[in-house]
Design a binder for this molecule. Structure first.
Ligand code: FE
Length: 424
């Protein structure tokens, strides 16, 4: 007779939780974590996900997810056996591919290169620590009580080891000399065989908002410092938070911080949030949904000044309104830093101008992808295209068959959990 299973044995008998990757954007669904905002409790198996569930980052459905395990170098080498080696690896000099930026674009670039060439030298230069994380999580992390270690998918050092990448973290790229094919950084000069710019965009601040007095939430490091400044709700209590700019990021953050228990005031020059998507008419339903939160929207105002006041800050608008806050966050749009591109002599059109199909810049051996590029003068600062862009650039660098890039209209899921929206 078989003895009855104890609870412990039952736990052991459960198959391990698996991960699945969104082929469109790279979001990883982990069965252990589920997608609580999307209605999937922790522990929800992939097989049990309803067909109409949407990727929390890019909006595609379950059918676009495939099983995922971070590829090990050994696995990549095995895959490559028998595949021809591209021209980069055959070069005798030590210069390899230098990638600037360790956001999604930079790491996807490294993965795509490594998937085509086991030997190419890859160096990745980043001003931050290089952690691999999903940036869209920053605007939903508070309500989900995500701690820093839950947001980092892989440390920069681990990702560098896994992909055999030389990671130069906390290193600023300063100047490109395209004649000598060198990149000057704050930690010395690197020679490159091929350079890929993936440094993204930065927060654009109105002149009336000094950078030293407000937070910008465009990368993990700054976000974690903001969270530290807001403190622990249990011990430090509710804070007054003022968010300037009610676009996607500002609206998501306002929603998230209010759900986290803070008093949030969201202001914008427009009369309603998300006013830049007029066809969606999202503003009014969003405002109605926010009535149940500690979230006040003030539209039609412009910032006149922002100053320190006691331990906090005071913001005045041009029409004479005064807002006091413990913390001020600017979500007033992005602009692409131009110094590196201009030093290399790259064509510039509100961003690094690249060819629509090849993502080549105007200078040989320099490609760019992600938030820092524009195609025919237009940027698309969304997640879905990045993995496809990386594959296009990697194929060109490694001499594989071309993988033409095609820009296509994206879908954005606005992660305002009190009124989730999909924008087209
Ligand atoms: Fe996705």
């Amino acid at each position: 007779m078989t003895p009855a299973l104890s609870g412990f044995d039952l736990a052991l008998a459960l198959p391990p939780y698996l991960s699945f990757i969104c082929d469109a954007c790279g979001y990883i669904y982990n069965e252990a974590d589920g997608d609580v905002d999307g209605g999937l409790a922790a522990g929800t198996r992939y097989a049990d996900i309803p067909d109409d569930w949407a990727c929390p980052l890019c909006g595609v459905t379950k059918a676009d997810f495939t099983p995922y395990q971070a590829p090990s170098l050994d696995a990549l080498m095995t895959q490559l056996q028998g595949r021809r080696v591209g021209p980069v690896a055959s070069r005798r000099d030590s210069a390899g591919v230098v990638i600037v930026g360790a956001g999604r674009a930079g790491w996807q670039m490294a993965e795509a290169l490594r998937a085509l060439d086991a030997n190419v030298r890859i160096a990745l230069v980043t001003a931050c620590q290089g952690e691999v994380y999903d940036k869209p999580l920053l605007s939903v992390a508070m309500a989900r009580s995500l701690a820093a270690d839950r947001m980092v998918r892989e440390s920069g050092a681990d990702a560098a080891r896994r992909l055999n990448v030389q990671l130069l973290s906390e290193t600023h790229a300063v100047h490109v000399n395209s004649a000598t094919r060198t990149l000057r950084t704050t930690r010395g000069t690197l020679h490159y065989y091929h350079l890929v710019l993936a440094h993204g965009a930065q927060a654009a601040l109105p002149p009336s908002m000094p950078a030293s007095l407000c937070w910008r939430v465009n990368h993990l490091g700054m976000y974690l410092r903001l969270r530290a400044a807001l403190g622990d709700m249990k011990t430090d209590g509710t804070k007054e938070v003022l968010i300037v700019g009610a676009g996607l990021i500002g609206s998501e953050l306002a929603n998230d911080l209010a759900l986290g228990g803070h008093h949030v005031t969201l202001i914008d020059t427009q009369e309603q949030p998300l006013a830049r998507w007029p066809s969606e008419q999202a503003g009014q339903p969003l405002l109605s949904a926010w009535q149940s939160l500690s979230l006040r929207f003030v539209g039609g105002v412009s910032v006149a000044s922002l100053v320190r006041k006691g331990p906090g800050y005071q913001l005045s608008t041009t029409d004479g309104q005064i807002f006091d806050a413990d913390q001020v966050i600017a979500a007033t749009g992005l602009h692409t830093p131009s110094r590196l591109a201009l030093s290399a002599g790259l064509a510039w059109r509100d961003g690094i101008a690249v060819d629509a199909e090849t993502l080549a810049t105007s200078v040989p051996r320099i490609h760019a992808l992600g938030d820092c590029i524009t195609i025919e003068g237009r940027s698309s600062r969304f997640i879905e295209p990045i993995a496809r862009q990386a594959r296009t650039v990697a194929a060109a660098i490694c001499g594989a068959a071309p993988v033409p890039y095609a820009a296509r209209a994206g879908v954005v899921r606005v992660k305002t959990s009190s009124w989730p929206l999909t924008l087209h």
